[in-house]
Design a protein around this ligand. Structure first.
Ligand code: ZN
Length: 134
């Protein structure tokens, strides 16, 4: 697997609107895109920090996995997304062959035009890990 960089950090929030004053007015970061991802049941807002993005994740319903994360006391960093240069499908096959538990068996469409797949935190030192490619 060839990972070129951290593509983004996913940050779970109960309300994007409520946290925006911190990211925008204190840190001086700009939201360049908002998008609702229906199959993940989240509303997202993207901010850029140099080449790395922050993906704010707000649950759109109680069944959202992000809502469950928040309900279980999770707050803040929700996942780390690595940009994979040699393909998410190939990376998943490699992870599978090494016994890493996969959440997604195949890449799917994520926010901001990415193909993504998640690895289970039980296999990744507790860090929900997203592999992505453009
Ligand atoms: Zn993400």
């Amino acid at each position: 697997m060839k990972i070129s960089r951290i593509e983004h950090l996913g940050i779970a929030v109960q309300s994007i609107e409520e946290v925006l004053p911190y990211f925008r007015d204190v840190l001086g970061l700009e939201v360049y895109k908002t998008e609702t991802v229906e199959d993940q049941k989240v509303k997202t807002a993207f901010l850029k920090v140099g080449e790395v993005k922050l993906e704010l994740l707000e649950p759109t319903c109680p069944e959202s996995t992000v809502q469950k994360f928040l309900d279980n006391g999770g707050k803040g960093v929700h996942h780390v997304a690595f940009k994979v240069e040699d393909g998410v499908s190939e990376a998943l096959a490699l992870c599978d062959s090494k016994g890493i538990r996969l959440i997604d068996k195949a890449p799917r469409n994520g926010a901001d035009g990415l193909h993504i797949a998640f690895l289970h935190p039980k296999s990744t030192c507790g860090i929900l890990t997203e592999l992505c490619e453009e």
